[in-house]
Structure formats: structure tokens, C-alpha cells
Write a protein that binds this ligand. Structure first.
Ligand code: PEP
Ligand code: MG
Length: 323
């Protein structure tokens, strides 16, 4: 690690006009925490829990899951950690579970759809997460939400988990914050409705771009169409952030766009205040934020919101590297 990186590690990510931004990390294991702290991450915005379920031949028990989440909580100290419930399916397979081959796996049986279909397994994961919440500042988040019914059903399973643990006399975090990923266009469009059901949003741009533009995120052939600066994507993101503010809930972004320095001013200008990314991207984005002013970023977003094409937006953003 260079001295410059170390010096950057302990300063807050603040704009030149004093707006402080939360920079947190995406991780998949407790062992990743060391790298998060080394890079100045202030917590974890996305723990992808899939690793816990992969590379084995049966579903992990509640205690196995509890141990995993507890370890993450302890490694994080008192820093916040957002645990995403299982996001299996799509690009993430689970061999022992015999998930069916699908024509369109990204549009199929994945994430919360799987969890709500297998509430027996979902309940186990939720019990393990809230039990581990006793050991740190854990939050929980549901992936691939497309409508309010899914949120309510997931919360009902959470209520069931709490009721059971209470009856069994097992300690758990009674007040854990619950959030959802905004990564399907229907969720972005109805952010005002969904905001009333949850404590926070995290925008998953990897999937949001894929679904908004109908571009398979894994397919090289169409990767040129996979465009975060398409005005449709920008409008959806802006709308989610605005609805979060209006409804007083926290909004973060955990998709790759959060780590793109070209997008930083635009996202700040829209009102985003929490960015979650791979640990190694944090210092670069922090440096970028420290070079920007919030007022400049807001002016930039105003101009961009009136532009017609990704080409114009990109040209504008790259023409003003310090705006
Ligand atoms: C996303 O879709 O942006 C996201 C963060 O989730 P994943 O990449 O795990 O699908
Ligand atoms: Mg996703």
C-alpha cells in the first residue's frame, strides 16, 4: 500500500464544500473485512451471502449461517453491515439445490422469488441474521424486489422468525433495519410506494441497467448497449433517490456504477450520499469526491437531466473532469 493511500484512509470523504459521503464496501466473506478497513471503508453496504451457500453439498444449517454472520459482525466492530438475503439463480447457481435449467434465468426463479417459494429455508436465514445482529450493527436487505407484495411477504416471514425466537428465549436484534434492493425497473418506478414499507433502499445498478435496457449483463455481444448513462437509467436512479429523500429513508447504491469515477459527480448531484463498492475502489472514489463540490455536482446533474443521449452525457462528463 502506498503512503498516499494510507493517508487517504482516515480522512472522511467530503466534497470541497463540506458534504460528507459514506463510502462502504461490497464483500462476500468475513475475511474481506481487513481489506475494507485498509482501504478506508466505513462499513459494508452489501454482503453477498451466496458464498455461504456455494461450494458445499447441502443447505447450511441455522447455526452455520449464524456463525458466518456473527463473524462478519465481529470483524466489522461497530461499523454497519448490510446483509443481503440469498440471491441465488440468474448468474449464481446452487448445484445441490437442483434449480431447474431455465430459458431466461435472469427473468426466472431467483433471489427473493426463491426465498418466498421456500419460506422454510428463508426463515432459517432470517433467524440466523437477526440472531447475529446481537453482535454488531447488522441490517438486512432483500434482493430482486419487483412489487410491494414481496416486501410484505418477506417481512411477514421476518415477523415469524422473531416470534419463534422470542418463544424459544433466544437473543436477537429486535429492531434490525430492513431494506430492499432497487434493481428491477418496476421497483424504481414505484419507489414512492415501496419506501413506505422499508427503512432503506440500495440501488443495484448491475441488474437495474440490465432490466431497464433489456441487455443481458453477461453477454459480450450486446455489452455496448449496457449503458449506465442512458437517460432512462439516469431518470430511474434520480427518481429512486428523490423518493427516498421525500419519504425520509436512506438510499445507497451498491452496483458497479457507484465505483465509476465518471459517474461520481452525477450521483452526488442527484443526492446520493452512500456509495458501496469493492474495497479496492474506495480510495479512488474518495479522492474523486474530495476534488468535487456539491454545488458543482448539482449544477451538473441539472444540465444532464435535460440531455437526450448517452453520447451527449458522456461527452459532457468527460469534458469536465473536475466538475
Ligand atoms: C446489482 O445488481 O447491482 C447488485 C449489486 O447485485 P448483484 O451484482 O449481486 O446482482
Ligand atoms: Mg443484482
Amino acid at each position: 500500500q502506498t503512503d498516499a493511500l494510507k493517508a487517504l484512509r482516515d480522512v472522511p470523504a467530503a466534497t470541497t464544500d463540506g458534504c460528507t459521503i459514506q463510502l462502504v464496501a461490497n464483500i462476500s466473506d468475513a475475511g474481506d473485512m481487513e481489506q475494507v478497513l485498509e482501504n478506508g471503508g466505513e462499513g459494508v453496504g452489501l454482503l453477498r451471502s451466496e458464498l455461504l451457500f456455494m461450494g458445499r453439498d447441502s443447505f447450511p444449517t441455522e447455526d452455520e449461517q449464524f456463525d458466518f454472520y456473527k463473524k462478519v459482525a465481529l470483524e466489522a466492530g461497530n461499523r454497519p453491515v448490510t446483509i443481503r438475503t440469498i440471491d441465488i439463480g440468474g448468474d449464481k447457481e446452487l448445484p445441490y439445490f437442483g434449480l431447474p435449467q431455465e430459458q431466461n434465468p435472469f427473468l426466472g426463479y431467483r433471489a427473493i422469488r426463491f426465498s418466498l417459494d421456500r419460506k422454510d429455508l428463508f426463515l432459517v436465514q432470517l433467524r440466523a441474521i437477526i440472531r447475529a445482529g446481537v453482535f454488531g450493527d447488522l441490517r438486512m436487505m432483500f434482493p430482486m424486489i419487483s412489487n410491494i407484495r414481496e416486501v410484505r411477504e418477506a417481512k411477514a416471514v421476518l415477523a415469524e422468525a422473531k416470534k419463534e425466537l422470542l418463544k424459544e428465549g433466544i437473543a436477537f436484534d429486535q429492531e434490525m433495519q430492513v431494506g430492499i434492493m432497487i434493481e428491477i425497473p418496476s421497483a424504481a418506478v414505484t419507489a414512492d410506494i415501496l419506501a413506505k414499507e422499508v427503512d432503506f433502499f440500495s440501488i443495484g445498478t448491475n441488474d437495474l441497467i440490465q432490466y431497464t435496457l433489456a441487455v443481458d449483463r453477461m453477454n459480450e455481444k450486446v455489452s455496448a448497449l449496457y449503458d449506465p448513462f442512458n437517460p432512462a437509467v439516469i431518470r430511474l436512479i434520480a427518481q429512486v433517490i428523490a423518493q427516498g429523500q421525500k419519504n425520509n429513508i436512506h438510499v445507497a447504491m451498491c452496483g458497479e456504477l457507484a465505483a465509476d469515477p465518471m459517474a461520481t459527480s452525477l450521483l452526488l448531484g442527484m443526492g446520493l450520499r452512500e456509495f458501496s463498492m469493492s474495497a479496492v475502489s474506495i480510495p479512488g472514489i474518495k479522492q474523486r469526491i474530495m476534488d468535487l463540490s456539491l454545488s458543482g455536482a448539482e449544477a451538473m446533474y441539472q444540465k444532464i437531466s435535460e440531455m437526450d443521449s448517452s453520447e451527449d452525457i458522456r461527452a459532457f462528463l468527460s469534458g469536465y473532469p473536475n466538475a
